[in-house]
Write a protein that binds this ligand. Structure first.
Ligand SMILES: [Zn+2]
Length: 182
């Protein structure tokens, strides 16, 4: 049994031999896809800039709305990842981590911004998401469509690491190459 996706997002994944922790680069996101038994898991790590166009605490309603929209899109992986219907996968888990989460904020009536926003300093921020599906026929998981480029036009490249019964691999997707071989 491959133990992955435990603990810190980046540290918990078993990287293919020789792979290094990917640096934060605007326009680029990292995707980790694992098939273990009947479980399909995906982790996405992206600079916030790719998703909303800024990397600081929201300063106005427009930026809060952009964060909320990105969160909502990430919470709906059925639109981001196209898994073969024959695999019979059912979503079991969808979690989004944002440095400035917006979900549920309206009920509080005031902001709880605990982000460390230092104006004038060159800071960066990321958003993480992870998903898990249970699949009736995991053997049918031979490929997967990745629609992140439509949802997030600022995103230009996705670095992918895969861990499947067939082994571990790495590939790069872009707007012209959206199909991931598994
Ligand atoms: Zn950045």
């Amino acid at each position: 049994m491959i133990r992955i996706f435990v603990g810190a997002l980046a540290a918990g994944f078993m990287l293919p031999a020789g792979a290094q922790h990917a640096p934060h680069a605007h326009g680029v996101a990292d995707l980790r896809v694992a098939i273990d038994g009947n479980r399909l898991q995906i982790e996405l790590e992206s600079p916030l800039d790719n998703l909303v166009g800024f990397e600081h605490a929201p300063r106005d309603a427009k930026q809060r709305a952009a964060l909320a929209r990105a969160e909502a899109r990430l919470r709906d992986p059925g639109k981001l990842f196209v898994v073969p219907a024959t695999a019979g996968c059912e979503l079991k888990e969808a979690a989004v981590e944002s440095p400035w989460p917006q979900a549920g904020k309206a009920e509080h009536g005031h902001d709880h911004d605990h982000g460390h926003d230092h104006d004038g300093e060159a800071t960066h921020a990321d958003m993480h998401a992870h998903y898990a599906w249970e699949c009736a026929k995991p053997a049918a998981l031979k490929e997967m469509g990745v629609n992140l480029f439509d949802a997030f036009p600022r995103l230009h490249q996705v670095r992918v690491e895969t861990a499947t019964p067939g082994g571990q691999g790495a590939s790069v997707l872009d707007k012209a190459h959206r199909k991931l071989e598994l």
